[in-house]
Write a protein that binds this ligand. Structure first.
Ligand code: FE2
Length: 376
């Protein structure tokens, strides 16, 4: 593990501005907390005058039928398909759906689900007030205005979308998987209730939970670090390890710990950078359509030389939980798939510089990357 602290994000003030201002932990009582938050946003309006939009994860909706979301009569509920990760196109089309529903802006946007749903909610909230299409705002600090008041309610833990200052969207035209990185992409409030993650399938729970493990090891293993993000990452890692080394990773206590770890990991990554795992994982998502959490786990097969201690630890935790990590049959990928994977990895210059230095290109050329993808 490298110990040199080099700091491109110089002040803690800049980091604390990147934190969700209102975090409610409410085991067993999340729905009424959401209802309260929406009621507050509606304050001063008659119920019929102000509506909230609830984006709800389609898997959660089906698996938890009848769960109270905290929605009221005038609210618009939109189911978000989780088959594909969010894209600039899907964000634009959901925004159009909300605009078609009413000529007035909603009082609040609620993202009730995993990373796909929460990132969709954040993107739509930003687009409703800023106008234009989603691809205009992919990058750093391109949003001129705050979005509609947004509330995040995670139903699966690990992505950190609930506490990150971005909403990641694939862009089929540019081939980039890039977020609207902005202080306006933070949720105004989040509600954490481990009751909501009860119905998550075991494998998915592991893959997504491990996303926060990757955020933290990449951040702590990076060259650009700061003490605040380090502290958050270390505590997040402690919780993740306790969950995945326990006998029951899905007990109520474990689900609460993982929800907390995810939230802290998301805050940590808001003030630091990921490393080598995420660029390769993003390439798998762009080229092969692999979902983010499982793509990270697949990319871990190639990380023995880069994160040796964590490599061993990761496979031991997967073993302990009896979770199978899929493969993409890396050795039989076609040349055009490999070319696409290499190109989609190398666009992620900031994380690669964080992991390998500003001259990362000398250490990670196309040939080396193809060798690594062949291991997956
Ligand atoms: Fe991630």
């Amino acid at each position: 593990m490298r110990t040199t602290l080099v700091d491109p994000i110089p002040i803690v003030g800049a980091i604390t501005q990147s934190l969700v201002p209102d975090v409610v932990i409410s085991p067993g009582n999340g729905s009424s907390q959401v209802a309260d938050k929406v009621r507050q946003a509606r304050m001063g309006l008659r119920p019929a005058e102000g509506f909230a939009v609830f984006f709800v994860d389609d898997f959660f909706e089906a698996a938890s039928r009848g769960v109270d979301l905290g929605a009221d009569g005038p609210d618009l509920i939109i189911s978000v398909p989780t088959e594909h990760e969010p894209s600039t196109t899907s964000a634009d089309s959901f925004t159009a759906q909300v605009r078609d529903h009413s000529r007035t802006l909603p009082v609040a946007i609620v993202g009730f689900g995993g990373g796909i749903t929460m990132d969709t909610a954040k993107a739509v909230s930003n687009l409703l007030t800023n106008g234009g299409t989603a691809d205009r705002y992919q990058g750093w600090d391109l949003l001129p205005m705050p979005g509609v008041h947004k509330i995040g309610v995670p139903t699966i833990s690990g992505t950190g979308a609930e506490s990150s200052r971005t909403c990641v969207l694939s862009n089929a035209r540019t081939g980039a998987k890039l977020g609207m990185n902005s202080k306006f992409s933070l949720f105004n409030s989040i509600v954490l209730d481990p009751t909501f993650s009860e119905s998550v399938p075991r494998d998915q729970y592991f893959y997504t939970g491990m996303d926060t493990y990757m955020h933290c090891i990449e951040s702590l293993g990076g060259r650009f670090r700061n003490v605040f993000a380090d502290a958050l990452s270390r505590e997040s890692l402690r919780l993740v390890r306790s969950v995945f080394n326990s006998d029951d990773m899905m007990s109520f206590e474990s689900r609460m710990d993982l929800m907390t770890a995810s939230c802290l990991g998301g805050m940590a990554i808001a003030g630091s950078y990921v490393g080598l795992i995420h660029p390769m994982s993003a390439a798998l998502s762009i080229v092969l359509g692999t979902h983010h959490g499982v793509a990270n786990c697949i990319a871990m097969r190639a990380m023995k030389d880069y994160y040796p201690t964590e490599y061993e630890e990761f496979w031991a935790m997967a073993d302990r939980q009896g979770v199978e990590i899929p493969t993409v049959n890396g050795a039989s990928l076609t040349q055009s798939e490999l070319d696409g994977l290499v190109a989609s990895t190398l666009v992620h210059e900031r994380p690669l510089s964080n992991a390998l230095g500003l001259d990362f290109g000398r250490r990670l050329g196309s040939g080396r990357l193809m060798e690594l993808f062949a291991l997956l």
